[in-house]
Each structure stands twice: as C-alpha cells, then as structure tokens.
Design a protein around this ligand. Sequence first.
Ligand code: NAD
Ligand code: LMR
Length: 328
Amino acid sequence: MKSPIRISVTGATGQICYSLLFRIAAGDMLGKDQPIILQLLDIPNARPLFDGLVMELQDCAFPLLTGLITTDDPYTAFKDADIALLVGARPRGENMERKDLLEANGPIFIEQGKALNAVANRNVKVLVVGNPANTNAYITLKNSPDLNPKNFSAMLRLDHNRALSQVARKLSRPVTSIRKMIVWGNHSNTQYPDLSHSEINNMPVTTLIDDDNWIAKSFVPTVQKRGMAIIEARHGRSSAASAANAIINHMQDWIFGTRENDWTSMGILSDGSYGIPEGVVYSFPVTCNNGHYQIVQGLELSDFDKRKMQKSYEELITEQSTIMHLLT
Ligand code: NAD
Ligand code: LMR
C-alpha cells in the first residue's frame, strides 16, 4: 500500500470543485492505487455547503480517500501539502475580462502564498486556476520566497485541450493523434494558440488543413474566446467540468510525464526563453519528466508568432503593474 498524498484544494464548495473532487477521490488524477488525503479550503460562509460536500464524499465510499479535512484557514489547508490546487476565487461574468478580477482575487493569493510558504511540503506542486490565473500564480510565488518558483504553475491546459479538440474536429482525427500543440502566453484572449509545430503522424497539421482561412478566422479566435462563449451559453456561469478535467490533465503530465514525442502548455515563470523576459508567468510548450517540467527549446518562430507572443507578454506586464502595490 502506497502512503497517502496530501492534496489541498481551495474554493472547494464552488462549481469547478464539484466536478473535480469526486474524480480525484476516484483515482482519476493520481491513479487507482494511490491513497489520498483531501485538505479542503473555502471561506467561512461556505460551511453549510461544506457539510453537504463532505456527506456526498463519504457516501461515495471511495477506497482511496483515507482522510478529509475542511477548513477556512489556509495554514490548516496547506499543512504538509504535496499538491495544492488553487481554484478558489471569484469567476468573471458576462462583459468582463479575466483581468477585471485582479482587484478582487489578487489578495487571496497573497494570503495563500504566505501560507504555502510557511506550512506546505517543500516539494509541493502548486497549480493556480483562479483567474486571472497567470498573474495570480505570480502573486502566489512572490509570496512564497522559501519555495522553488519551479513549484508553481498557472493553468493553460484548458486552452490547450480546446485547441486540440478544434483540430480533431476539423480534420476528423482522434485527439490523441495530434502532437505538439502550443498555447503561448496569458490565459486571456491575448493568448496565442499556435498550430505551426503541430503534427499528426509526423505530418504538419498546417499542411493537412486545406482551408487557408480556418486557422486565422476560426481556430485562433475560437480558442481565445472560448471561456466567454461558455459563460454566455451557460447563462453567466463559467466552464466547470472542462476546467476540472484540465486540472487533472495538467497535474498528471507534471507528475507522471508528458508522452513521448509530445509536449503540453503550462503557465510557468519565464526564464528568458523565446525572447519573453524573465519574471512573468507565461505559457510555454513544456515536456515533463520525473516530476519536473522543461521548456521545449529550439522552435523556430516567425515575425508573426513573435508579435502575437509579445502582445500577450505586454498584457501580463500591465496586469503585474496593477497589483504591484499588493506585493510591496
Ligand atoms: P465558484 O464561484 O463556483 O467557486 C469559487 C469558490 O471559491 C467559492 O466556493 C468561494 O467561496 C471560494 N473562495 C472565494 N474566496 C476564497 C478564499 N479566499 N479561499 C478559499 N476559497 C475561496 O467559481 P468556479 O467556477 O469554481 O471558478 C473558480 C475560479 O476558477 C474563477 O476565478 C474562475 O474564473 C477560474 N477558472 C479558471 C480556469 C482556467 O482555465 N484557468 C477555468 C475555469 C475557471
Ligand atoms: C475559461 O477559460 O473557461 C475560464 O477562465 C473562465 C473564464 O472566465 O473564461
């Protein structure tokens, strides 16, 4: 029997977590032989919902769920955490950009960064989902100075999966046949979904798409604006089940490794690769191995690619300047 892994999840009574926690407890994230302890955080007002959630988790009689803590104290929630999924934050509504949430959500990640710094396992893997995810991840890692910045990531996997799915549908090919997709930049509508390195059976995807306009006119804007399309379709509620699924995919690849001859997109602290200066949480193509990610190097970029990537970088710098007062 393996020893249990401690998974802290914030925003536990919200809609993403209602799709996420039961899948984690069933073994979908860490495997069917890996016991887990869930350490769930939400605000004090969430107490009645917490009671219902706990009853439902108990009623599933999950064999792998060996411990369950609910709390409104981040220091309790993150104690010895091996994995921290920072979902808890306000979602945007219609007619809002994700960065409009910075004022409301930024302070949450200051407090949680400090708590992670104080009590989490020193090798904790942190995934920030709450929006705007990249800048919130930046705030969190800046408030965790004793932890390695490589332990922190922001979620771009939903965008990556959206991009895979658009191509699979366009070409009537299985999603798994598509390799080397990239979503660069910010989890916002300046993100740059980039097909130019993608392959199916070693053939460039761009040569398989016979419609010149499709990439610029359909693929890129559909992926960039999918979050708002879902909010509108769901009468104001943002994506939840697909976000939960992306959290599971992101953590699986980070922990168990990306598949051979493929990569994924993760929001991570830039190291200067591809001309993106150090010091922003930016999505790059990465491979993962032995629990560590590495930016894929050596990809050729066109001037068009560079302009798109720069635009998303500049947006992140603007977001950072909005919250700089919170960091000092
Ligand atoms: P929700 O409103 O249903 O749930 C949010 C939960 O967070 C609530 O239970 C709330 O009480 C809790 N919360 C608020 N402040 C908290 C704090 N300080 N500590 C702990 N919990 C706190 O929202 P949701 O639909 O679950 O979405 C959560 C966040 O995820 C939003 O910011 C949303 O925009 C974002 N999101 C990101 C992605 C992505 O791809 N990165 C995808 C979907 C949603
Ligand atoms: C998404 O991409 O679905 C989420 O970030 C929610 C949103 O605000 O778009």
